[in-house]
Design a protein around this ligand. Structure first.
Ligand code: 13P
Length: 338
């Protein structure tokens, strides 16, 4: 298969109008935090058990078309010895891999951040492909303050995302491009819309300059919301602002927009996605790529006890199904009680 056909097939398998992505790619530090919140130690066995349980929830493939894994998970197996990427694939879920190596300060742009990990990326991707990964994810992070992001931060971060995406496409791996504008702060929704628009304009300008084929990538943005320390917005307002900014900055050639949850609660993230899909026909599929908003209830149900495996899976399936309904604009709050 040519590289182009390979990318096309992966997009076709991941973008089908009714399913989203499970982000289960927490780094060692982040998963330790998530486990600590439920009183569980982050041992390799606990991580293996938990993630194997997520991926083998029966019927997950009805609502989830792709899963983002952390490097360690690619090499782990379930209780029967089946590699976890194969467990996902057997459920009709495309395995993918987070390839960035975390973030740090961006010298010359106080308050802005930059993500590391481009060196040797093509070689790493070749290895991940052998382990079953067909798409990748890279996250750039943008804190909002009165002076951030800076012009330098906007261009430097966009350049990283574009270089990463171009490398991925050159080796037949579909890139998920994730510019995350953080919810931290007390800014209002107008300011959040302004920043997201800047970010997306810069990112698509860089993707264009680097020759990234927009039809063969997925965008993973933040929704436009007020800062966490500001007054919450209702779903209709989040949807209006998010759609207005997306329409201004994201080319229609992009097949799918899979939002991150970024600290929204599970029900909030579902209600907001539902409102977006109720607005009117968008040129892109509007889907989800949630980490916390899909996993929080599952983590709580599990609480580190192997006998809670079925409860963990039920909690995940519920959120996955409700978000699948939200993609059709068919979610109602009353469904939470079922
Ligand atoms: P959240 O949905 O928890 O923001 O995680 C998505 C993700 O992949 C962040 O990189």
């Amino acid at each position: 298969m040519s590289v182009h056909d390979e990318l096309q097939k992966t997009i076709a398998d991941m973008v089908d109008g009714g399913r989203g992505i499970l982000a289960a790619d927490e780094s060692s530090g982040t998963i330790a935090k998530r486990f600590a919140a439920i009183g569980v130690e982050s041992t390799e066995e606990n991580r293996r058990f938990y993630r194997a349980s997520l991926l083998s929830a029966e019927g997950l493939g009805d609502y989830i078309s792709g899963v983002i894994l952390f490097e360690e998970t690619l090499g782990q197996v379930d209780d029967r010895g089946v590699p976890l990427p194969d467990v996902a694939a057997a459920q009709n879920i495309v395995p993918g891999i987070k390839v960035d190596k975390g973030k740090g300060a961006l010298p010359g742009a106080p308050g802005d951040l930059i993500t590391y990990g481009l060196d040797g990326l093509a070689e790493r991707l070749a290895g991940y492909k052998e382990q079953g990964a067909r798409f990748a994810k890279w996250r750039e992070v943008y804190p909002i303050s009165p002076g951030n992001p800076t012009r330098l931060g906007l261009t430097a971060n966009a350049e990283m995302l574009a270089r990463y995406a171009a490398v991925c496409q050159s080796v037949g791996v579909v890139p998920i491009v994730e510019p995350e504008v953080l919810m931290d702060g007390n800014h209002d929704i107008e300011r959040d819309a302004e920043v997201n628009e800047w970010v997306w304009h810069e990112v698509f300008h860089a993707l264009y300059r680097h020759g990234v084929v927009l039809e063969l990538m997925i965008l993973k943005p933040s929704m436009v919301t007020p800062g966490k320390e500001s007054t919450r917005a209702v779903p209709e307002q989040v949807a209006e602002y998010t759609m207005r900014s997306l329409r201004r900055a994201v080319p229609a050639a992009v097949p799918s927009i899979n939002f991150l949850s970024g600290g929204q609660g599970p029900e909030e993230a579902t209600a907001n996605l539902n409102a977006l899909n109720q607005l009117w026909q968008a040129p892109w599929q509007l889907s989800f790529s949630y980490g916390r908003a899909l996993q929080e209830p599952a983590l709580k149900a599990w609480a580190g006890r192997s006998e809670n495996g079925p409860a963990l899976q039920r909690a995940l399936l519920k959120r996955a199904r409700l978000n699948h309904l939200a993609m059709r604009g068919e979610y109602r709050e009353s469904l939470e009680l079922e």
